[in-house]
Ligand binder design. Structure first.
Ligand code: NDP
Length: 419
């Protein structure tokens, strides 16, 4: 029996909300709150008479901590699920601390305005000290650790698929399959086809910032940074087939490097088709990925936000997308003194997702783990005060819940390794 405030009502949140409504015995009451309340109302209407979860809606600008505080104080939730954008992570964490409520999200903090001089100074120092230049990193949210500990509250960071399930796979491998893990390769394959020459499958601004940034991986205790898309491999994915994949910087590498003892190398690869890459390069070359505002005929325009307005809304790709995703982790290491390899992954079918929740598989593979993370906190299965990433909790009940609610895992004990 719990009350949950869910902030955001986009592609991922819509799946998470529908999944919460399938577990009404835990999610007895939810409030869907977002910047555009009409979207929350439309989803609440769609779910009417289909669930015993009591749904209310609210308008909130989560960039404003005081608005989130007012909403929390009036709704009095047991947990706040932040499924808005990474830009709101810190304001919502501040509100949770002010009101004494647990917090969770699906992506680590990054600022909306990367030209903000105060942020930029800290960012440039971090680039120099840490050796990677992505705009997102965990330092901002890890800085809340003591505050959450002192308040006796939990903040669960990044309970999507990657980050999220991939870290649970790492914790599971360490708990059940290995004595020591030497290398981890995280492979994110989207074999889906939506028929558009170019579209992103989650928020375009966040997606394009991530993909156009330099790649990096963790090796022998430090980051190695490479130009964007400069390391390419081919891999034959179960149920999808052969795909080109490229090494990217990804947030879970940062926390796994701290939490998997003795790990020597962690890499993250994502598949992209040639059409996506050609469009992205062209848009980047003409300045359309820029987050710096320009003045156009008296109006201030942020190029990447204008591009977002032109691109298909990821939430509308569902009915058009065919094919499957395959996301998982390949490990090398030792067990009982012998070398061992292991691959754990999930395969998800875009059309099956659409049939169930009218969404494509990227939102589905993120929304289901968001619900499962909340389930772990609300049922007390994950229960410690502080700020934590997924691999810091027991993976077993989480993987069990993922299997039960739509994302079962598969295993291979003789995987083809990535060179
Ligand atoms: P969308 O753009 O579809 O949805 C974002 C939602 O947040 C919208 O409802 C939007 O409202 C709302 N929102 C934005 N700003 C505010 C604000 N200031 N106050 C209140 N609400 C706001 O994004 P997605 O659903 O694709 O992504 C959601 C999150 O999931 C992102 O953080 C993304 O990075 C993360 N993600 C994580 C993955 C993982 O595997 N871990 C994979 C994919 C995504 P409005 O309708 O007004 O715009």
């Amino acid at each position: 029996m719990s009350r949950v405030l869910i902030i955001g009502c986009g592609g991922v949140a819509s799946v998470a909300i529908q999944k919460c409504c399938q577990v009404s015995e835990v999610f007895t009451e939810i409030c869907i709150a977002s910047r555009t309340k009409s979207k929350c109302d439309a989803l609440a209407e769609k779910l009417k008479n289909k669930t015993s979860t009591v749904i209310t809606t609210a308008q909130v600008d989560a960039d404003k901590t005081e608005e989130v505080i007012a909403l929390i104080n009036s709704y009095k939730p047991d947990l706040v699920m932040n499924i808005a954008l990474p830009y709101q992570d810190l304001t919502i964490m501040d509100a949770c601390l002010a009101c004494g409520v647990n917090y969770m999200d699906t992506a680590n903090y990054e600022p909306e305005n990367i030209d903000d001089p105060e942020w930029r100074e800290i960012y440039e120092k971090r680039c120099k000290d840490e050796g990677f230049s992505a705009y997102f990193d965990y330092s901002w949210q890890w800085a809340y650790k003591k505050k959450f500990e002192d308040a006796g509250l939990t903040a669960l960071l990044g309970s999507g698929f990657d980050p999220g399930v991939t870290q649970a796979y790492c914790a599971y491998a360490l708990k059940h399959q290995f004595d020591t893990i030497d290398t981890i390769d995280i492979l994110d394959c989207n074999g889906g086809d939506h028929g558009y020459p170019f579209a992103t499958n989650f928020n375009p601004e966040i997606n394009l910032r991530e993909v156009s940034a330099p790649g990096s991986y963790w090796e022998n205790g430090k980051w190695v940074e490479i130009p964007a898309m400069s390391i390419k491999r081919e891999y034959d994915f179960d149920e999808v087939g052969g795909k080109d994949m490229y090494l990217l910087h990804h947030e879970e590498i940062e926390s796994l490097a701290k939490n998997i003892p003795g790990v020597k190398r962690i890499r993250f690869f994502m598949t992209f088709g040639q059409s996506y890459l050609t469009h992205m390069k062209c848009l980047e070359n003409v300045g359309m990925l820029s987050t710096t505002p320009i003045n156009y005929e008296g109006h201030e325009i942020v190029p990447i936000q204008f591009l977002k307005a032109l691109l298909p809304d990821p939430a509308t790709l569902g009915p058009r997308t065919k094919g499957k995703t395959n996301i998982g982790c390949i490990f090398t290491g030792t067990k009982d003194g012998k070398p061992k390899t292991y691959y754990i992954y999930n395969v998800c079918d875009h059309e099956e997702c659409y049939k169930e929740v009218e969404s494509q598989a990227i939102s589905y593979t993120t929304g289901v783990p968001a619900m499962c993370g909340a389930l772990m906190l609300l049922t007390g299965k994950w229960n410690k005060a502080g700020v934590y990433t997924v691999e810091e909790f027991d993976p077993d009940p989480y993987l069990e819940a993922l299997g039960k609610y739509g994302l079962p895992h598969k295993e291979s004990f003789e995987p083809v390794l990535v060179d």
